[in-house]
Design a protein around this ligand. Structure first.
Ligand SMILES: Cc1cc2nc3c(=O)[nH]c(=O)nc-3n(C[C@H](O)[C@H](O)[C@H](O)COP(=O)(O)OP(=O)(O)OC[C@H]3O[C@@H](n4cnc5c(N)ncnc54)[C@H](O)[C@@H]3O)c2cc1C
Length: 408
């Protein structure tokens, strides 16, 4: 059986589902296809391993789309402070405090599943969106203006515009013949969720070391997510330790500020890759989120820039639709690429600079870094700008990220 749509969004993850939610009030006919529906959230259950630091810009997007209540009513942990240092926390650290710029908070730490569930719940309320999930894709046939997706159950979906929101290994991107520029970082991220002796905290902090940063992300209650960036072989060794030895290794390696750890709940490792699609658009196809770019997560920006892609694309499509343009038209899609590519590239390069400048033990560089961190602490205008940057509020923002609805 053949089903026709204006948009076929492949991937109902955080980014793909946001695009569908943003186009929910339009007369565009949309299908969102995902291979798996996330398990339901159970209040009081332990936190998932995968969490994201959501910027204020991302929060604005979700609030404007009516998704934020679904997130906050499940579980999210706000943070008001952010601290960064290298060797000397007492003398060469920079601490950012939301109050200094009159803000309630700098961001929220939220489980990825909670974000996705709130989004999918919202899609279920939208008449113009079909959520096809779980679905197994057999074949993707890219054809400008009328691409075809064959599902394993025999259904055939035809769409004017195919949206690749299916993550770093995007099959849509491959079907459209769009290449990538990519390399692996010589670090993996070892993520551990733990029970801390200290109660819920309002700070996220990161210590840079030559082998990679060590980061603390607060969760609700006595819970925290720790991220330990390290060489792949060392991460493998740490993962092979039993829970007790692993906790001991965490307490030894992480700064004293961490305090005592009661229990290890879960741990896992993620290889880190930098990847950028050679183009974001072709006639009848567009890439968003990790399908377009994967960046080093050391400053927690990946999904935040993906959500800005989603908000920008939705705005461009609504404008084009109002002007009578076809969704597949290249000139329309290029407006999206023009607004996002440069911004995403800058963010990738910034993360690379952090990675290169801090991941070494060269003495002159170390001195410069510590002088820099100490000076940054005293230079208020720069601190305020960095805070606004971390909150996703610097530069040109799409309407949804400013808290303004689109197309009405
Ligand atoms: C250790 C780590 C920590 C991170 N921390 C942060 C952070 O603090 N803040 C932040 O902003 N970012 C963070 N990131 C990055 C963030 O996780 C990603 O940028 C984000 O998940 C990308 O979202 P996405 O929707 O584009 O892709 P994905 O999350 O990969 O979602 C893709 C969706 O497509 C579906 N899919 C894939 N293939 C198919 C198929 N063939 N058929 C049907 N469906 C398919 C999947 O099921 C999934 O639902 C972190 C990343 C890592 C590795």
């Amino acid at each position: 059986m053949k089903h026709r749509y204006d948009l076929l969004i492949v991937g109902g993850g955080m980014v793909g589902a946001t695009i569908a939610a943003a186009l929910g009030h339009t007369d565009l006919n949309i299908a969102v296809i995902d291979q798996a529906y996330p398990p339901p959230f159970v209040a009081g259950s332990e936190h998932d391993l995968r969490v994201s630091a959501l910027s204020v810009a991302s929060e604005n997007i979700f609030k404007t789309l009516g998704v934020w209540d679904g997130i906050i009513s499940r579980r999210a942990c706000p943070y008001q402070r952010m601290k960064v240092w290298e060797s000397d926390e007492q003398r060469a650290a920079t601490e950012f405090v939301s109050q200094d710029i009159g803000a309630d908070h700098l961001g929220f730490i939220v489980e990825n599943r909670v974000i996705q569930l709130a989004l999918l719940e919202r899609l279920g309320q939208l008449e113009n969106v079909d959520l096809i999930c779980p679905a197994e894709i057999d074949d993707i046939d890219y054809s400008p203006g009328c691409s075809l997706i064959r599902l394993a159950d025999g259904r055939e979906l035809i769409g004017k515009l195919m949206v690749a929101a299916d993550g770093g290994g995007s099959k849509v991107r491959m079907a459209a013949g769009i290449g990538v520029h990519s390399w692996d970082y010589d670090q993996h991220a070892l993520v551990a969720s733990v029970i801390t002796a200290k109660p819920q905290q309002d700070i996220t902090w990161q210590q840079f070391t030559p082998s990679g940063p060590r980061a603390f992300l607060p969760l609700s209650g006595h819970r925290a997510s720790l991220v330990w960036y390290n060489h792949p072989a060392e991460v493998k060794r740490l993962l092979s330790l039993d829970s007790e030895a692993f906790i001991q290794a965490l307490v030894t390696a992480f700064p004293d500020r961490l305090g005592a750890l009661d229990t290890l709940l879960e741990r896992g490792a993620f290889p880190l890759r930098r990847q950028h699609a050679l183009q974001y658009v072709k006639e009848g196809v567009v890439l968003v989120g990790d399908a377009a770019h994967m960046i080093n997560p050391l400053a927690g920006q990946g999904v935040n820039i993906g959500l800005l892609d989603a908000a920008t694309l939705a705005e461009v499509l609504v404008d084009g639709h109002h002007s009578g343009l076809d969704m597949s038209e290249l000139s329309l899609l290029q407006r999206y690429e023009q607004q996002r590519r440069h911004h995403n590239l800058m963010m990738m390069q910034l993360m690379d600079s952090f990675y290169r400048v801090f991941s070494n033990d060269v003495l002159p560089l170390k001195l410069l870094r510590n002088i820099g961190l100490g000076a940054a602490e005293r230079f208020t205008p720069a601190k305020h700008r960095v805070m606004r940057f971390a909150m996703g509020l610097e530069g040109q923002l799409p309407a949804l990220a400013r808290g303004e609805p689109i197309g009405v």
